[in-house]
Design a protein around this ligand. Structure first.
Ligand code: SAH
Length: 248
């Protein structure tokens, strides 16, 4: 069980696999007024940067679940490196349907809402692990500019325009699901660059080291095409943010 290799190749050097920077995660952690000992569940925890830095900075405890063996291993190494291996644990598993019996104060899915079959399904899944007054964190793209054509949506790696909403509609949708939006930290274009542009050097070095791998043609094509497509479309049209929700 693992995620497609294109991600573990192109994002092997990433600590954060989304357009958030370390500063944005620190801002979000401070905004949530986390208390020492608070429990956090993180579905799709990637390389564990959110849980590890919040354990170091705020004394939270946490569990991350991620389907990538590489990222889960990197998360454990990061916990050791930051001296928080006694506070956070990382499980290599499919997070679909993952519910904990000891309920948590914060249940998060930051950039992996397909785990619950979309935003609404992921909120419903996270709610099953949450104490009654707990906080749900959802990290998700939205349209920064509404794409004028389906082709432009696809160039942003969406399957269609309807994959995402513009920010006012997205924020309103949480109310329709019965949740208050109680905090929000949005990524910016510099953060998008850290996420996407950081893939290019990783891919270039991987290509130099792996000229005969079965993935070499795909990585070569991606490196040829991604920079131009990214600056023309994704960087302009796609926003991204983490939204903190409490049930009404
Ligand atoms: N929240 C992390 C990672 C976001 S990227 C961060 O902020 O850096 C999306 C993550 O979801 C990847 O790490 C990928 O391995 C993981 N993932 C994809 N499908 C999954 C599934 N079904 N169950 C658990 N994790 C999954």
């Amino acid at each position: 069980m693992d995620i497609p290799r294109i991600f573990t190749i192109s994002e092997s050097e990433h600590r954060i696999h989304n357009p958030f920077t370390p500063e944005k995660y620190a801002t979000l952690g401070a905004a949530l007024r986390l208390k020492a000992g608070s429990r956090i569940l993180d579905l799709g925890s990637g390389s564990g940067e959110m849980l590890c830095t919040w354990a170091r900075d705020y004394g939270i405890t946490g569990t991350g679940v991620d389907m990538s063996a590489l990222f889960s291993e990197q998360a454990k190494c990061r916990a050791q490196e930051l001296g928080v291996a006694d506070k956070v644990s990382f499980i290599h598993d499919d997070a679909a349907g993952y519910v904990v019996w000891e309920k948590v104060e914060v249940a998060a899915c930051v950039g992996a809402s397909w785990i619950g079959g979309g935003v609404k399904g992921t909120i419903d899944l996270l709610a099953k692990s949450l104490v009654p007054d707990g906080i749900i964190l959802i990290g998700e793209p939205y349209w920064r500019q509404f794409p004028p054509t389906e082709e432009i949506a696809k160039a942003c790696l969406a399957t269609s325009i309807s994959d995402f909403l513009i920010l006012p509609d997205f924020v309103a949708s949480f109310g329709e699901y019965g949740y208050d939006v109680v905090e929000m930290v949005l990524a910016d274009q510099d953060g998008w660059d850290r996420y996407i542009a950081a893939r290019w050097l990783t891919m270039r070095r991987w290509l130099d080291a792996n000229p005969d791998d079965e993935m070499t043609p795909e990585i070569r094509t991606t490196l040829n095409e991604e920079p131009k497509r990214y600056v023309a479309y994704m960087r302009e049209y796609l926003g991204w943010g983490v939204f903190a929700l409490m049930a009404r």
